[in-house]
Design a protein around this ligand. Structure first.
Ligand SMILES: NC(=O)C1=CN([C@@H]2O[C@H](COP(=O)(O)OP(=O)(O)OC[C@H]3O[C@@H](n4cnc5c(N)ncnc54)[C@H](O)[C@@H]3O)[C@@H](O)[C@H]2O)C=CC1
Ligand SMILES: O=C(O)[C@@H]1CCC=N1
Length: 263
């Protein structure tokens, strides 16, 4: 039986376990987790059939697959407590930490450590995530099969070269926040015109889900999809023109710029 250990059990770790539970993935694994506050962890873990343990060292010692789900800036401090005392070649390490790539892990861990850097996103909680994985890693073929077995049932797993893994992770990993803001703005507009908020959310979310599914299914360029909605002299093009006046596309690109320049 594989033991999967979560170092940190916050938003992303719980989303992954929720995704596994909703897709009957990793059902025969023992799953354990630690967090900064044991009492709060116990509730979250118990609800999900996860064993709560007190320290990072407890997780590391028990885990065959170690999922690093603490904030990126915490990693070195946490690992320094036991770095020299662990046989890292016995562990498959999956990092979720934004900005901590293969080169970081190569420097932190001794030769022979088996690690891969990924950036998941929150829709993984319902089995519809995107996981960006760096194509430079130190995993064996068998380890890669394990990564696929854990992530493919709950996400689209996309391997990206080291030079582009950061922006890919930003687009897919931070993107749900921006998509949620778009949904909120559409709903606010609906409410402004008298729609019930719950109705407005259903409409906005269904529209975004359907538009994404249409693109994935047809492979159409988003520009073509937009043109198909804009009849000549029609109403949608009025909205397109208004969005351009306030720099809609430029705003989105600036958001990605802001994330990338903060790394
Ligand atoms: N939230 C998201 O949408 C995404 C998050 N990530 C990455 O996932 C990682 C976790 O992010 P979130 O889950 O959002 O953060 P979070 O703040 O929700 O969870 C962090 C967890 O680490 C625990 N923790 C803090 N100090 C600890 C310590 N000394 N020892 C053990 N556990 C400790 C906290 O108690 C908490 O359970 C980050 O590295 C982030 O870059 C990556 C992609 C998307
Ligand atoms: O904002 C964050 O730090 C994480 C990284 C990717 C998405 N959320």
């Amino acid at each position: 039986m594989t033991t999967v250990g979560f170092l940190g059990f916050g938003n992303m770790a719980t989303a992954i376990v929720d995704g596994w539970r909703s897709t009957h993935t990793a059902e025969d694994a023992r799953i354990l987790a630690c967090a900064a506050h044991f009492d709060a962890l116990q509730d979250k873990a118990q609800q999900r059939g996860v064993e709560a343990v007190r320290t990072a060292r407890d997780v590391v010692d028990a885990a065959d697959v170690l999922i690093v789900a603490v904030k990126p800036y915490q990693i070195e401090g946490i690992f320094s407590e036991f770095l020299a005392d662990v046989d890292w070649s016995t562990k498959l390490i999956i990092s979720l930490a934004a900005g901590k790539l293969n080169s970081f892990w190569n420097e932190l861990l001794p030769d022979g450590a088996r690690h891969i850097s990924t950036i998941p996103n929150t829709p993984i909680a319902i089995g519809q995530g995107v996981v960006v994985a760096e194509d430079a890693h130190t995993l064996t073929d068998a380890d890669l099969e394990t990564v696929r077995a854990l992530f493919e049932p709950i996400s689209t797993l996309e391997f990206v070269d080291s030079a582009h893994v950061s922006v890919a992770g930003t687009l897919a990993g931070c993107g749900p926040a921006y998509a949620a803001m778009f949904m909120e703005a559409l709903a606010d507009a609906g409410v402004k015109y008298g729609l019930q908020r719950a109705t407005a959310y259903r409409l906005a979310a269904g529209m975004i889900a359907g538009t994404g599914a249409l693109q994935l299914s047809t492979g159409l360029a988003p520009a073509v999809m937009k043109d198909a909605v804009c009849s000549p002299g029609g109403t949608t093009i009025q909205g397109v023109a208004a969005l351009e006046q306030t720099g809609f596309r430029g705003s989105v690109i600036s958001a990605i710029d802001a994330v990338e320049s903060s790394r």
